[in-house]
Ligand binder design. Structure first.
Ligand SMILES: Cc1cc2nc3c(=O)[nH]c(=O)nc-3n(C[C@H](O)[C@H](O)[C@H](O)COP(=O)(O)OP(=O)(O)OC[C@H]3O[C@@H](n4cnc5c(N)ncnc54)[C@H](O)[C@@H]3O)c2cc1C
Length: 640
């Protein structure tokens, strides 16, 4: 019901107002309206806008939507994505809104919520066998944070740190030249078309990316190879699930399973009152019947309660894609997120990977804008992230296929394959025993979807922004690389997490003393020559951390165990937490350390030959856009 207009408020004379104008951007003396335009404010665009604004870069980020994602979409937020949030000072805010890690719990396979349960898997690292691995691997736990809750956190941070955000703003086209990009938009409210001049354009515009299409980035794979219906509904299912908390309940039911996965799904959105019911449909038969009667019937079947009265919130169809771009950039335009890797939600890698694309790119763009780095650094983005995209597209699709083993006991000769199959599965016969043993094997395989710590954290970058350690051979993988994190200080790997102790006696992670938009030279107490070398170079983007000094002591000896270099050796850790270079030998001489450090930084950053002039204090003057980085300090006690 609309609110009545009070009688004493006169009607607005719309004709008396000037035509709407859209001029929020000011071209400054350098000829650019902004340094960076981002198209898209999903998880990728949101992280890019937040990071760039945090790093002091002028950024305008636009979305065609009036606001954030209008459906739950992504929710599993893995440790690496939470580490990104932590670096940007947003971990605690995200944690307050998320379903905590321990409640992500088991993944159940059952005939309905009231029916016979078949098997269960302890998932997302919460199980007895993997809990310690996950705790050891990161200062952050996983979270379950649906996209409509995640995105506002990013937008709030981006805008409050200086990013200009535009809603209802459709990207149309762009042209680029040697110096910049001219981007054309249409304001969805007025229809006005306007252009904007920027140094760089980031295409984070989702799976139907117009920018990827316009750039004709090379894509491999196929789209829409299977279809799924997703119905969001409200119903209090506490009585069925409270004693076995999980965010995913897979339902074996002859009336509710079809296609590759062959099972229905109940996914908790807000435990235990808001849910998604999902099931596959036959694309060859056209779009499925999603009438209220049909979907309520299906939900009742999945729950196993014929009297349930669910409140239907939204109905949608989505299609299983298996496609990735083999190159992510062209000149001054860089794409990321679903725009360049399109795959199903299985393994929960979509928004996590998209956020990491953005985090990989943001500091590189910031360093280029500020004059700290040359174009070679920007080119490393595609070299580093395209292999990750290819890997996760394959993994997510394989995870769907791997459900097949869990259904081998179905009796396909019967009218009701699940009920008839169940009789055989439980039979005290050799056939029953074989089926049960095969079922456990298939369940074990699902660890590659649900406890895939390696998939989440073991990325290795090979690019010009990573200098190989010539003292090393090929990396060996004694454990399953998809299941187990292999922490290492080899260049191209993520800096291992180790608990240190800060000046106030609280635990802080190695990840807390690095990052925050700066390169870090990491050494030990014996690395005095490195410390002096860094001081001599006086680079505004480089900080030095000496592990063992007050603020970063190593009383547990955890860093000592994982550093893999002598105390008088050194690492360069990039702002995104990846190791760019390591010197695996002791250095005691300042001149030697200075030459090694400067040579490494020049190569990693592709530093311009013509260095900026010096100011009166003898400091080099970089771009006028070089402003201090102000990341809100993180309270490292959250998981300590
Ligand atoms: C059902 C479902 C469940 C999922 N579950 C998970 C999960 O558990 N974990 C996980 O990590 N991932 C999951 N995902 C995947 C995740 O939602 C995506 O990977 C993620 O949203 C990609 O982020 P993005 O920023 O690249 O793109 P999107 O989130 O798609 O954002 C694209 C942005 O671009 C904007 N845009 C597009 N075109 C234009 C234009 N022309 N002009 C202006 N703006 C434009 C849009 O408005 C939007 O802001 C799931 C997806 C689905 C569908």
């Amino acid at each position: 019901m609309s609110t009545p207009v009070p009688e004493d408020v006169p009607a607005v004379e719309a004709d008396g107002y000037p035509a709407p104008m859209f001029e929020p951007f000011h071209t400054d003396e350098d000829g650019f309206d902004t340094d960076v335009v981002i198209v898209g404010l999903g998880p990728a665009g949101g992280i890019a806008a937040t990071a760039l604004a945090t790093y002091g870069v002028r950024v305008h980020a636009a979305t065609v939507f009036p606001w954030v994602a209008n459906g739950p979409r992504a929710h599993i937020t893995n440790q690496r994505a939470v580490e990104v949030l932590r670096d940007l000072g947003l971990e605690d805010t995200a944690r307050q809104q998320a379903t905590p890690w321990d409640q992500m719990g088991d993944t159940l396979f059952t005939t309905s919520l009231t029916g016979e349960e078949i098997v269960r898997l302890q998932t997302w690292g919460t199980g007895d066998l993997r809990y310690g691995d996950y705790l050891k691997g990161s200062p952050c736990t996983m979270l379950d944070l649906p996209q409509p809750q995640m995105e506002p956190i990013l937008l709030d941070a981006a805008a409050s740190r200086g990013a200009v955000l535009s809603f209802n703003t459709e990207y149309l086209d762009h042209t680029q030249d040697a110096d910049g990009v001219t981007v054309t938009f249409r304001d969805g409210r007025t229809g006005q078309v306007f252009t904007q001049r920027a140094r760089y354009l980031l295409g984070f515009d989702g799976a139907r990316s117009r920018i990827v299409e316009q750039l004709a980035l090379p894509l491999e794979g196929e789209l829409a190879r299977a279809g799924t219906a997703y119905i969001r509904f409200k119903a209090n299912l506490t009585q069925y699930v409270e004693h076995r908390p999980s965010i995913l309940y897979w339902i074996f039911n002859s009336h509710a399973g079809f296609g590759e996965i062959g099972m229905g799904l109940l996914r908790a959105i807000r435990p235990w009152e808001e849910w998604i019911a999902g099931w596959g449909f036959d694309m060859a038969a056209g779009e499925p019947d999603l009438s209220d009667d049909k979907v309520i019937d299906q939900i009742r079947t999945l729950v196993g309660d014929p009297d349930l009265e669910p409140e239907i919130l939204t109905k949608s169809l989505w299609y299983v894609n298996q496609q990735h771009a083999t190159r992510y950039s062209e000149g001054r335009v860089f794409c990321g997120g679903d725009a360049v890797h399109r795959h199903p939600p299985s393994s929960g890698l979509g928004s996590n990977t998209s956020m990491q694309d953005a985090f990989n790119l943001a500091w590189k763009v910031a360093f280029a804008v500020k004059g700290y780095a040359g174009p070679g650094l920007l080119e490393s983005y595609s070299d580093e992230r395209a292999p990750v995209g290819k890997q996760i597209v394959a993994r997510a699709n394989q995870s769907r296929k791997d459900y097949a083993g869990l259904r081998e006991w179905f009796d396909h000769d019967s009218e009701d394959p699940v009920t008839a199959g169940l009789t055989k599965l439980k039979a005290p016969t050799a056939e029953g025993e074989a089926l049960r043993s095969r079922l456990y094997e298939a369940l074990e395989l699902k660890n590659t979807e649900f406890n895939a710590h390696g998939i989440e954290l073991n990325q290795r970058y090979t690019s010009a922004a990573v200098l190989p350690d010539e003292t090393l051979g090929e990396e060996e993988w004694p454990h399953h690389p998809e299941l187990y994190l292999q922490a290492t200080t080899r260049p191209g790997a993520k800096l291992p997490h180790a608990w240190l102790v800060g000046t106030d006696g609280r635990r802080i992670s190695t990840l807390d003393v690095t990052g925050k938009g700066q390169m870090t030279l990491l050494t030990g107490i014996a690395g005095a020559a490195w410390k002096d070398a860094a001081a001599k170079l006086e680079l505004p983007f480089l900080k030095t951390v000496v592990i063992g000094e007050p603020g970063a002591t190593d009383p547990y000896g955890y860093w000592q165990q994982v550093r893999d270099i002598p105390e008088a050796g050194a690492l360069i850790v990039r702002p995104d937490g990846y190791i760019a270079w390591r010197h695996n030998a002791e250095v005691w001489d300042i001149d030697e350390a200075t030459t090694l450090l400067e040579t490494a930084l020049d190569a990693v950053l592709d530093r311009p030959e013509d260095r900026p002039p010096h100011d009166q204090q003898g400091r080099q003057q970089y771009s006028t856009r070089s402003v201090d980085i102000t990341v809100p300090s993180h309270a490292p006690t959250a998981t300590a």
